[in-house]
Structure formats: C-alpha cells, structure tokens
Design a binder for this molecule. Structure first.
Ligand code: 0L1
Ligand code: MG
Length: 255
C-alpha cells in the first residue's frame, strides 16, 4: 500500500502538471511540518524523474506583508527547478497555471557552495550577483487556501520565476524601493527592508534551513529571497513589471 506522503506528493505533482486545483490535504487528516517537507522532497523527485534539474531554493513568508496576506507566521522554503524559469521580457502562458499570482522579489546567484549556516557578515562572500526578480506563485490548492503544512508540501506554491539583470550592488540592498506594476498601474509598493529587515538575512536563513535539511546548495545556484509586498493575481493580457530601485526591473506578459 502506498504511504500517505507518497499519495499527497503524487497528487500535488499531478495538480501542478495538469494545472488543476486539489482540496487541502490537512483538512481531512492533519500532518506535521516535518512530514510536509518529506512530501515536498517526494514531489520534487517526481520532477527530477521527468528530467527537471534543481537550480536553487526559494524562501517564502519573509515579510510581514506576505504573512498577513496568507495568515501564517513562519518562514518556509522550497526548491526551484530549471523548468520554472520564464524569460525576462518574455511571455508566460496562463493555461499552464491554475490561478497564478506575481510578487516582486530579489534573486541571488551564489558563487560558493552553501554547506553550513552562514553569518550575515559572511553572506556577500557567498554571492556572485543579485537581480530584481518576480516570483510566480500558483498554489495547487483550491482558492489558494492552505495551512502552513499544506503549502510546504506543495513546494511553497513555487511555479515560476523571472529574473532581471544581474549586478553586484550588494551594498545597496538594505532599503531599495520596490514597485510592482500591472499594465503600467502601480499595484504594490514596498522596500527591500521588508524582507527580514535586510534581504541578505534571507541568504543566512537559506543556509540555516539547508543545514537543517542536510542539504548543500552548490555554487551557481539561485536563492529567491522572498517578496517585499503581497502578491497580485494575474489575468490574460497583463504586462507585469517589478522594479527594485537601482537593481532595475524584471517583466513579462501573460498570454
Ligand atoms: O512568500 C512566498 O513565496 C510564499 C509562497 C507560498 C504561499 C503563497 O502561495 O502565497
Ligand atoms: Mg515568493
């Protein structure tokens, strides 16, 4: 008989592939956060078996705005794969998603293996570059309703990412203005300071969660630091642009 973890992982993978929502699993039988990360690992294994490659990790709920929007109070993390990357300035297909939302983020490119918990002072030594980015989240749960355990099992709603121009402006990161525009209209504003007080703290947190999971993030990986604002729902025809101060912008069309 297959285990419940295996069943949930396969159901979430099917939901993502078929762009069809499922009901929350914790509503029938609650499961622990530890079990949720085990389910997440199993669902990533499905992607790996289809030829997808892990390219980094994302942190979620790193700002008050996101925690309040989704009524949770803990930082979470999930895996990014090569199949999730969408081209900057390109178009995404709405039909590939269930009910996608966009949130403005910062993306880090690492230059050394992250194989132990880092301090804030060490963080920039581990970085090759930083870029403005947009995360496309797409909960596999109906109506975007989930518990913390559900969303972790669902790889933290990870669905797509668009990464803008890379630079090495690490000193500027503390308090950059963040603006999300849809069809030219400003829909969200914030500051990079909203990401754990300083986005580099996301890298420190990333190193801690990886160490706890017994995982090493190889040099050349991406780390999505988390959103500075709440996420916005997407509709066909939208042009979405996130600007992060001097780092510049990332953008895409929804077709
Ligand atoms: O901040 C995040 O990226 C969390 C994503 C998971 C929750 C959500 O779907 O909003
Ligand atoms: Mg995010």
């Amino acid at each position: 008989m297959i285990s419940r973890n295996t069943f949930i992982a396969a159901a979430l993978d099917d939901a993502a592939r078929g762009a069809e929502a499922v009901a929350q699993f914790s509503a029938t039988t609650p499961f622990s956060l530890e079990q949720a990360y085990a389910i997440q690992a199993l669902s990533i294994e499905h992607r790996r078996q289809r030829g997808e490659r892990r390219i980094g990790i994302k942190l979620g709920f790193t700002s008050r705005a996101k925690m309040v929007q989704m009524s949770v109070d803990s930082l979470i993390w999930g895996w990014l794969t090569d199949a999730m990357v969408e081209e900057d300035g390109g178009r995404i297909l709405l039909d590939n998603y269930i009910h996608p939302r966009a949130e403005p983020e910062i993306c880090f490119l690492t230059r050394r293996d992250i194989d132990r918990p880092l301090t804030l002072l060490e963080a920039t030594d581990y970085l090759e570059a930083v870029a403005p980015a947009i995360e496309i989240i797409d909960s596999r749960y109906r109506d975007f309703r989930f518990t913390l355990e559900d969303v972790v099992a669902d790889n933290c709603s990870s669905a797509g990412l668009v990464v803008g121009p890379w630079s090495r402006q690490f000193d500027a990161l503390a308090n950059l203005g963040v603006v999300l525009r849809i069809d030219g209209r400003v829909v969200q504003t914030g500051s990079t300071a909203a990401i754990l007080g300083h986005p580099l703290r996301s890298l420190v947190q990333a190193s801690q969660v990886l160490s706890k999971a017994g995982a090493v993030l190889p040099a050349g990986s991406l780390v999505m630091a988390g959103a500075a604002t709440a996420a916005e729902a997407l509709a066909r025809g939208n042009h979405v642009c996130a600007t992060v101060g001097a780092l510049g912008s990332a953008a895409f069309h929804v077709a």
